[in-house]
Design a protein. Structure first.
Length: 479
């Protein structure tokens, strides 16, 4: 296999890569915190039905997903001296910080219904801010470099820096179960204020650290007067076969993994620790989170090396196969006899799945190049929006179903530590089976992805030739 060398002018500085990655750290902190703490606080402490929590999160994400294509179209159409993306990212920083803090400020004198209303309204506000951030942020990442391998490097840095948010969110169970707090809800209230400041700062860093590659700045100036409608723009995006494969893999993986992600809390508390919400249980949950973060961190250089040697598609296929092994291990490693054995499957899966979340992001710019060659249109914002949109639909469906899975397993918060053995068995089955099915389906879909390294470079060569011919034609016309 022929390997291509990145041109010096296509390399992205370390400062830009780190600054860009810290933006993802903010998003990871927000989403991980919400996914980890929503059920423990609003179900286990405040008594809200887990089915209603899932419906609330799902409805919020669906509404959020609807706004993504609109935001994508608007960012593609934006013209300012600060570029198309950075003004939107700056505006989102305040919305995200305020919305994140507000969720955990729920008054303790509310009824479960009142707590649910509070949760729904504040998560809607947060997701609106995250939509305004995530779409232009992803598009900005596509515009940092036109090179196939350097795109992987940018996303590898993003994955590394995102671990800062991952480690912070993984520490929450240990922090909010400290004896200085009356309960986890009080602990989360105070902790969220500090985390909100982190969200604000990390969201703003890409605005000042990053700038579009000169190639895309030049294209933007040439096309400053050319715009297509949102319907036509959406049609181009959704008729792109390689892109459809990537968003299908994203949806399947997020759907399967998110659907049972909250079961790890219940499995740890009610199976491994026999229903005791103790500091020891909080430590195991925290260290499982750390194991996942460390696994992902160590997986990044391995993933980046493999992607350069054998290509992004083959690396992803290998990662999904190994993640399947890690999923099966969960059945054997969540055990009361050895609580810390649960760290192993969390480490293995994170080590493998980091390739999925990182390389798909690095493959979408290749798809944008493919679309420009095919239709003449370059729409990073719309591709980013629809990737985000389908991912959020997958998460929405999973969150809606997740509460029903927990209830279907027979879990009753009023029973406390007295859950039946059938309930625990059902939770264990669901926690292993559903992700295993998602991994198999994702593998099958990805097998048919068509853009290889050689094809990506061939597309870029043809695009550069076309642009030069267009420049010559313009010069001849003007003269």
């Amino acid at each position: 296999m022929k390997h291509h060398i990145t041109k010096p002018e296509d390399k992205v500085s370390t400062t830009q890569k780190v600054g860009y990655g810290l933006g993802m750290s903010s998003q990871r902190l927000q989403m991980n915190t919400l996914n980890q703490m929503a059920n423990p606080i609003f179900n286990d402490i405040l008594g809200v039905d887990p089915r209603l929590i899932g419906l609330s999160l799902g409805a919020s994400r669906i509404l959020d997903a609807i706004t993504d294509p609109i935001v994508g179209y608007m960012t593609d159409s934006t013209r300012s001296r600060f570029g198309r993306r950075r003004p939107w990212i700056a505006a989102s920083s305040i919305l995200c910080a305020v919305g994140f803090i507000a969720i955990w400020m729920v008054p303790r004198d509310l009824t479960p219904s009142g707590s649910l209303i509070w949760f729904t309204c504040t998560t809607l506000f947060l997701f609106m801010g995250m939509s305004i951030f995530s779409v232009p942020y992803s598009a900005l990442g596509m515009e940092l470099t036109p090179d196939y391998h350097e795109r992987t490097s940018v996303m590898a840095y993003q994955a590394v820096m995102s671990k800062a948010g991952g480690f912070l969110s993984s520490s929450l169970f240990m922090i909010v179960t400290l004896d200085c707090f009356d309960d986890m809800a009080v602990g989360m209230r105070y902790t969220s204020m500090g985390l909100g400041v982190v969200v604000l700062l990390f969201t703003l860093i890409p605005v000042f650290a990053c700038k579009e590659h000169p190639t895309f700045q030049k294209l933007l100036k040439k096309r400053s007067g050319k715009k297509i409608g949102i319907i036509e723009s959406s049609r181009h995006t959704l008729q792109n076969r390689p892109f459809i494969i990537l968003i299908a893999v994203t949806a399947v993986m997020l759907f399967g993994l998110t659907m049972v992600s909250n079961l790890s809390y219940y499995l740890t508390i009610y199976h491994v620790f026999d229903g005791t919400r103790s500091t020891s249980a909080g430590m195991v949950l925290t260290f499982c989170g750390y194991a996942a973060q460390i696994g992902g961190l160590l997986g990044i250089p391995v993933m980046a090396y493999a992607a350069k040697r054998i290509g992004k598609r083959k690396t992803l296929l290998a990662a999904l196969a190994l993640a399947f092994v890690g999923d099966i291990l969960k059945w054997f490693c969540y055990t009361p006899e050895s609580p810390y054995l649960a760290l192993l499957p969390n480490f293995i899966q994170a080590f493998c799945l980091i390739a999925v979340w990182t390389l798909i992001q690095a493959m979408i710019p290749d798809v944008v190049d493919y679309e420009e060659l095919k239709s003449g249109e370059r729409q990073e914002g719309m591709f980013s929006a629809f990737h985000s949109w389908i991912g959020k639909l997958g998460i929405s469906g999973a969150l809606i179903i997740s509460g029903f899975i927990l209830n279907g397993c027979g879990f009753d918060a009023d029973l406390g530590a007295n859950q039946s053995s059938d309930t625990i068995f059902a939770i264990r089955i669901m926690y292993c089976l559903i992700p295993a099915c998602a991994l198999i389906l994702g593998f099958i879909l990805l097998y048919h992805y068509p853009i290889t390294e050689n094809k990506a470079y061939a597309i870029r060569t043809r695009l550069e030739r076309r642009r030069k011919l267009a420049d010559l034609a313009t010069e001849e016309t003007s003269s």
